[in-house]
Design a protein around this ligand. Structure first.
Ligand code: S3P
Length: 184
């Protein structure tokens, strides 16, 4: 666990943004935080699929990744107007500076990390992630992760390693270390 700022962010009706590589457990941890905090969860991927009436692989294959990234940014601009939500971001969201700016306007950014071996075990049977198509091996996962790590780290207010932990343990760790002057 690593908290970037020593100064606590003043208590605000902030959002909690979960970022991190595919398979780091953002959705599962968001569901656990929802159970503990009774705050609504917004699943960005699911919301984009709902708005577009298409699955993520379909969006990628019909319109391309760049179009999907614009949809993500558009959704984040909308989301940051809201309050007190838990937002489970798609794994690529922190790659755009504009997205990070949008998240910082209304919330705290929590980075979940995992080792490539852990990621592989979690995504092995999933075919809904176009960027991992034909890349489900630790070398490819590690390479993509390495190309993203600086952006993830820069964006994060709090970083939690998830390997070997349950969603309940991760959620508790987040709440204990949240850099915010609030008690729940
Ligand atoms: C992506 C991660 C996916 C989804 C899309 C692209 C990425 O979300 O947004 O397939 O670029 O890392 P999850 O992190 O929820 O799998």
């Amino acid at each position: 666990m690593n908290t970037k700022n020593t100064a606590k962010i003043p208590a605000l009706p902030y959002n909690l943004f979960l970022i991190g590589f595919m398979g780091t457990g953002k959705s599962t941890v968001a569901a656990e935080l929802n159970r503990l905090l009774l705050r609504p969860v917004l699943e960005m991927d699911a919301e984009i699929e709902r708005q577009q009436g298409m699955s993520i692989p379909e969006i990628f294959s019909r319109y391309g990744e760049a179009w999907f990234r614009d949809l993500e940014t558009r959704l984040l601009v909308e989301v940051q107007k809201g309050q007190k939500r838990i937002i489970s971001c798609g794994g690529g969201v922190a790659m755009r500076k504009k997205n990070v700016c949008e998240m910082k306007k209304s919330g705290v950014v929590i980075l979940l990390t995992a080792l490539p071996e852990t990621i592989l075990a979690r995504v092995q049977d999933d075919n809904n992630r176009p960027l991992l198509k034909n890349r489900k091996n630790t070398a490819d996962i590690a390479a993509l992760m390495a190309s993203r790590n600086a952006a993830y780290t820069d964006a994060a207010d709090l970083t939690i390693a998830t390997d070997g932990k349950t969603a309940a343990q991760i959620a508790q760790e987040i709440l204990k270390n949240l850099p915010i002057e609030t008690t729940f």
